[in-house]
Ligand binder design. Structure first.
Ligand SMILES: Nc1ncnc2c1ncn2[C@@H]1O[C@H](COP(=O)(O)OP(=O)(O)OP(=O)(O)O)[C@@H](O)[C@H]1O
Ligand code: SF4
Ligand SMILES: [Mg+2]
Length: 336
């Protein structure tokens, strides 16, 4: 499909999306008994998302993953810094241009139930991006396009005339993926796309995403709280803690350097999800995002924390395997 854009498709490995020293603050409203408070949901994030690859973002609930996703798509603006897609600053792009760019970057949400309007037919739901872009399709082209998209995600094309309440959770997520692919985007941001699904269905959706990526030469920004899943699926893994990037694993098999990533991985081996929580928090509480300690924000939970950690906030180093830690784990043997 032609979209009137002049930008070329970046070759594999070239950054398609770029975060440069990005902060994003949210202000809570004040009231009679509460003062206005500012929460930094994304803190000094500098990150490249290479074309044609799967970049994973992992971290616990509230660490800023969805805020990063919304910044990536220009749905919200950074408080400071710059987010650019194919070299264009999303905050300064004019509205019409932003709409054009948005055709090239799409989102798949965690909850397929709330992201599909139950009053629409499934065919109308997958074709909604054309309406948003102001692209009119004739009756025959509409039907053909809807059926092709449904077939592409492994659904029976005849479902196009049905309503989504007939679909299972996994089928609804396939509709969400079909809709995200309708305009042939380059970048797809997947925000916990399998988190609300049963484990067996999760595996099917991940296999579908892998097949679509290979077939359509897509770039994924894959967000999850599940490090084991991210390690399976992603080429490169960004670990976030309280809004900041604490480690970037250059490959899924890279030895882990940050104590927090280690704790995330250890908790992932516990099959019972209620125990996972306990283990991850075993070494202390997460500090309030409103009131971060002066040094390393992971220090209250970190078994390796010392005076230096409590005084000086570690910065992400500029190595091939960046980590923000004063005492990174031994490269040999610490990973796996
Ligand atoms: N619109 C908003 N107004 C105020 N605070 C917000 C807003 N959106 C997010 N936050 C806060 O920013 C922080 C990061 O939220 P975010 O949704 O990005 O986290 P997350 O990693 O996606 O969490 P989850 O795994 O639960 O989806 C949280 O403390 C959250 O409460
Ligand atoms: S800087 Fe210190 S407290 Fe922070 S993660 Fe590294 S060892 Fe732990
Ligand atoms: Mg989220």
């Amino acid at each position: 499909m032609t979209d009137g854009l002049t930008t070329g498709v970046p070759t594999t490995g070239v950054p398609i999306l770029r975060f440069e020293d990005v902060n994003r603050d949210f202000t809570t409203p004040g009231g009679w008994f509460a003062r206005r408070r500012v929460l930094r949901a994304v803190n000094a994030v500098t990150l490249d998302v290479p074309a044609g690859r799967v970049t994973g973002v992992v971290g616990e609930s509230g660490c800023g993953k969805s805020t990063l996703a919304r910044l990536a798509l220009g749905l919200i603006k950074p408080t400071d810094g710059r987010v650019s897609f194919e070299g264009e600053d999303l905050a300064t792009a004019r509205r019409a241009r932003l709409r054009q760019l948005r055709a090239r970057m799409q989102m798949v949400f965690q909850d397929p139930y709330s992201s599909i309007d139950p009053r629409m037919t499934i065919g109308d739901a997958v074709l909604e991006p054309f309406v948003v872009q102001g692209i009119r399709l004739t009756g025959a082209a509409r039907a053909a396009k809807a059926e092709a998209l449904l077939g592409m995600v492994g659904l029976d094309p005849s479902l196009a005339r049905n309503h989504p309440h007939h679909l299972s959770g996994g089928q609804k997520q396939r509709v969400g993926i079909a809709r995200a692919l309708a305009l042939e985007p380059r970048l797809v941001v997947l925000d916990e796309p399998t988190a609300s699904l049963d484990v067996s269905i999760q595996a099917q959706i991940v296999a579908l995403l892998e097949a679509l990526k290979a077939r359509l030469d897509l770039t994924y920004l894959f967000i999850s709280h599940d490090l084991a899943l991210v390690r399976y699926f992603c080429d490169r893994i960004v670990v976030m803690y309280l809004g900041a990037v604490v480690e970037i694993l250059p490959s899924p098999a890279a030895p882990i350097r940050h104590p927090y990533t280690r704790a995330l991985l250890d908790s992932a081996f516990v099959p019972d999800p209620t125990r996972r929580q306990t283990l991850a928090r075993a070494t202390g509480e997460i500090p309030s995002a409103f009131d971060l300690p002066p040094g390393c924000v992971y220090a209250p939970r970190c078994p390796l924390a010392d005076e230096t950690c409590r005084r000086i906030r570690p910065q992400l180093d500029r190595s091939a395997h960046p980590v923000a830690c004063h005492h990174p784990l031994d490269r040999a043997g610490a990973g796996s």
